[in-house]
Design a protein around this ligand. Sequence first.
Ligand code: ADP
Ligand code: MG
Length: 275
Amino acid sequence: MSFILCENLVKVYKVANLEVLALQGLDLQVQAGEMVGMIGSSGSGKSTLLSILGGLDRPSAGRCMVNDKDLLKISDRELTRYRREQVGFVWQQGARNLVHYLSALHNIELPMMLAGKSGRSTRKRALDLLDTVGLAQRKDHKMSALSGGEQQRVAIAVALANAPPLLLADEPTGELDTRTAQAIYQALRDIRERFGVTILIVSHDRNIALHVDRVVGIQDGKVATETTAAMQGEANLMLDSAGRLQIPKALREKYGIGAKVTLEQTDDGLVIKKL
Ligand code: ADP
Ligand code: MG
């Protein structure tokens, strides 16, 4: 079964005597280990969906299953536990979740200590996470000594400290320039490769299609469109600091492992073509 399954999902907010239909019959399926982007104009219901999937809010009707848990029927106690064990959050202002006078390493260890863990295994996981988001050399830096993009990468590591299988990010690159945003997407991809987490990223940025397996368009509280990089017929590839090229999953599947391809340098960047 899908890791996330929403069917005809409805969320109604009651404000005074008014009812706001934030989600009106949303259908969505996400497989374990997928990295999915969600775009849609302001007010389309993206944050509402994330807060339901994150157990911060309850659905009003329909079906919403995450990792075999039924978020409509789950008890309050189970929901609290779900929120703590199953989900990591990254917000637009990631720095808000960080303790400024602590080092990057200690920021990541903190949620593990609060969950009652300590010792060598917490240190090991914190270092592993820092390495995966590309900040191994910054482990002893306090937050104030890190750039906005670096702080956001620490925030990603903090969200994953207690090893939730699901990572939800609400406009994680909203306040960052394009280059810094690319480093965030790279960190999220590396996290997915290393830890196999399922990742949902809300964004205003259509370019997110270049960084995720597929993009889901949300409109009026419903899924309106779905696109993958392969459907666009091209892939903008990004070269990381180690000289590796990341090929979007959809293209890997389209071409097949072992396919012969060429890289061409164009004004738009490197373009991959099948021979
Ligand atoms: P997005 O994140 O796509 O901008 P939201 O999910 O925040 O959209 O909002 C969807 C709709 O639900 C909007 O009309 C918004 O005003 C309404 N809404 C969201 N949260 C609440 C709330 N806590 N109380 C009342 N209305 C809300
Ligand atoms: Mg929002």
